[in-house]
Structure formats: structure tokens, C-alpha cells
Ligand binder design. Structure first.
Ligand code: PHE
Length: 379
């Protein structure tokens, strides 16, 4: 290297160090929010919808000037719908990215995996849509902005007895999923209390593709309906195989059914089935109408329950950080716990003493390949 070049090199280095040195990692100027979601894998539509809602909320908050005079930065990690990944990616969000709070997940088992990590780090976590009671029982830093499965199970048991007028049903549970096991249990409790009979019970493991053995056993018991508290991929296949085996009775389930893929996989077999969830874009409240407009403008599609709850989780977090006046974990935690009457897209959020929200459930049916609103059930 010639002398002049060496000099130039040193000068450039000094300038570069000086420039980047004055503007260190954005930490001081922004507030980092972590998100973990199943953007790929078996429940990809859950993570994609939830993330779409969350990202829309962050964008809106920033357009209005951010929080505490700072912009929010959303750092999203894909857990690939895989057990083991939530723990890994949430550890990264906390220790490497230094997020002040964590949003996620949709699936209860994956929220349950990350919750102890957030709890131990004293970083508040808000699950937008995990409904298993154990999620928030993990500790006082773990919140959710949706109803829980004792309520959802009751809603569907009442729907089975009162609307579908069923007296004898079969239940087909995913034993690998905390959500499925819990929802099956809560459904059965109420259904039996109301005088119904669980004539047949069978199980599978998430990821299975052949359900003929279970369905053959169920068919032999001659139930009047089948309750399937599972996720859309398996539910779609179960519906297909049930109809192939000549089972014609009504199929019904919970929020885990909600995905455009349900209809793609289930096709004609899923027509006329019913499920409970948190939201329908057909809801005519002012919040919902505005949300649908903004969501459509950004994504050119209609929001589902996960999108609505993802959106709400970010708005509720931003509101709590504002009220806390600080990004300290314990202060955000206290402000989240004090959330009252937050008017959102899925209804009013009141965080109760168990860090859950009481909200209405919505029952949808599948008609001509589309989800149609049937009714709202108040808590
Ligand atoms: N409630 C489900 C669970 O806890 C997840 C889910 C929420 C799925 C909303 C669809 C819609 O696992």
C-alpha cells in the first residue's frame, strides 16, 4: 500500500468509526417489541395472520408519533410451528435484541414453552390468542387478550345441546396439543352436566395424516355429532376421511379450525360444520368496521380472529407502556394488569386478576367454502 493510500484508509476508518460511534445501536431512540409466531410450518396461517394484525398496529402507533416519544420497532421471530423453537427464539429476543415485551403465540403449547422464559426474565408477555388456562398461570408477567377454554368449551357444549340438539357425541382429541386436550375436557364437562353423553372418545397426534382407524371406531358408536378440538390441517383431513367412511353427522370444533386452509384441505367435507372463535369481519361495531377497512387497504384480504387479536395485543401493549411512562418490565407489567375497558376490535378488554380477558365468542359455519357468522355468545 502506498503512503497516501494508507493515510486515506486510516481517515476513512476514523470517519466510519466516528459516524457509527455517534449513532450507536438504536436502543435509545426506539422501543423494541419482540414477537414470536408460526410464520411457516403446519400452523403457518396462524402466525401469518397474527403477525399481519400486529404489524398493522405497530405501523399505526408509529404514524401517530409512537410511544413515550419513541418509535416502536417490532422484531419478529419465526418458530416454524415446531416444539422447541419458541424457547430458542424468545431467549434470543430477550438477551440479544433486548426487547421490552414479547407478543405471542397463537398456539397454547408454544405460548406455554416461552412463558417461563419471559417470566424469569421479568419481560411481560402477551399472548394474543392462546386459550389454554395454563398459559397465564405460568406467572404474573404473562397476559392474554382473549377468552380461555373453560368458556369456549361451555359455548360449544351449549351449542351442541341447544342449537344442534345433540344428546350423544364423539370427541376426537389431539393429545400432543395442550389446547386440544384442555378444550376437549371443558367441552365434555359441560356437555355431560347438561345431560349429554360422550359415546366415543378417540385421539391422534398433531402431524398425523391418517385418521381412519379412529373414525372407524367412532362410526361404530353411532354418535349424533363429532367434536374435534384440533387445528385446521388435521381437522380438514379428518373431515375428508370421515365423509369417505360414510359418516354424515355434524362436525364441530373451536378456534383452532380458523384458517383459509381449512376449506382448502377439507373441501366439500367441511361444508355445514361449525366452530367457535373470537371474531368475525362481519361484526358491525365501529372498531371492527374501521379495522377491516385498514386491514384490507394494507393486505388486500379480510382479517380473521388471529389478525384481530394480534392487532389488539400490540395496541394494548402500547397503551400500557404509555400509562407506565416507562419501558421497565415491572412497570409495564403493572400497567398491563390495570388494563380496563380497552375498546378493541373483538370487544372490550378487561384484564382480570388472572391476567386473562373476558370476551364474547363468535360461532361461524362453513358455507360455500366461506366462513359465515352465526351468532355471538356473551360470557
Ligand atoms: N386458541 C388456540 C390455542 O390456544 C389458538 C388459536 C386462536 C387458533 C385463534 C385460531 C384462532 O392453541
Amino acid at each position: 500500500m502506498k503512503k497516501a493510500h494508507v493515510f486515506q484508509y486510516i481517515l476513512v476508518t476514523i470517519l466510519a468509526v466516528g459516524f457509527f460511534g455517534c449513532k450507536p445501536a438504536d436502543d435509545g431512540d426506539v422501543i423494541k417489541i419482540g414477537e414470536f409466531a408460526s410464520l411457516t410450518g403446519r400452523e403457518a396461517t396462524f402466525g401469518q395472520s397474527s403477525h399481519a394484525g400486529t404489524a398493522l398496529a405497530i405501523e399505526e402507533i408509529n404514524a401517530q408519533g409512537g410511544v413515550l416519544g419513541k418509535k416502536l420497532v417490532l422484531i419478529t421471530q419465526d418458530d416454524q410451528s415446531k416444539a422447541g423453537e419458541p424457547a430458542t427464539v424468545v431467549r434470543k429476543l430477550i438477551s440479544r435484541d433486548k426487547v421490552v415485551a414479547v407478543l405471542g403465540e397463537v398456539a397454547s403449547s408454544r405460548s406455554l414453552e416461552a412463558a417461563p422464559i419471559c417470566q424469569n426474565a421479568k419481560i411481560p408477555m402477551i399472548s394474543p390468542s392462546s386459550t389454554n388456562p395454563k398459559v397465564t398461570e405460568t406467572g404474573d408477567y404473562i397476559f392474554r387478550v382473549c377468552f380461555i377454554d373453560p368458556f369456549q368449551g361451555t359455548v360449544m357444549a351449549n351449542f351442541a345441546t341447544k342449537t344442534l340438539k345433540l344428546k350423544n357425541v364423539a370427541v376426537l382429541t389431539d393429545v400432543k396439543s395442550d389446547y386440544s386436550v384442555g378444550l376437549a375436557k371443558f367441552f365434555k364437562e359441560t356437555f355431560v352436566q347438561s345431560g349429554g353423553k360422550i359415546g366415543s372418545e378417540a385421539s391422534y397426534s398433531g402431524g398425523d395424516r391418517d385418521f381412519k382407524a379412529q373414525l372407524t371406531t367412532i362410526k361404530a358408536a353411532n354418535p349424533e355429532g363429532i367434536f374435534i378440538p384440533g387445528y385446521y390441517t388435521e381437522v380438514g383431513l379428518i373431515a375428508q376421511q370421515a365423509r369417505q367412511l360414510g359418516i354424515t353427522v355434524p362436525l364441530f370444533g373451536g378456534d383452532g379450525w380458523e384458517s383459509s386452509k381449512l376449506v382448502e384441505i377439507g373441501g366439500q367435507a367441511i361444508e355445514g360444520a361449525y366452530f367457535s372463535t373470537h371474531y368475525s369481519p362481519e361484526q358491525q361495531t365501529q372498531q371492527s368496521v374501521q379495522f377491516v377497512e385498514k386491514y384490507k387497504a394494507k393486505y388486500n384480504s379480510l382479517p380473521d380472529a388471529m389478525a384481530a387479536l394480534g392487532y389488539e395485543s400490540a395496541l394494548i401493549l402500547a397503551d400500557a407502556i404509555k400509562r407506565a411512562g416507562s419501558t421497565e418490565g415491572s412497570k409495564i407489567r403493572d400497567a398491563l394488569a390495570a388494563t380496563r375497558d380497552f375498546e378493541g376490535v373483538t370487544g372490550k378488554t378487561n384484564i382480570d386478576e388472572n391476567r386473562n380477558a373476558e370476551k364474547p365468542a363468535v360461532i361461524l359455519t362453513i358455507k360455500n367454502g366461506e366462513f359465515k357468522y352465526v351468532e355471538t355468545v356473551e360470557p
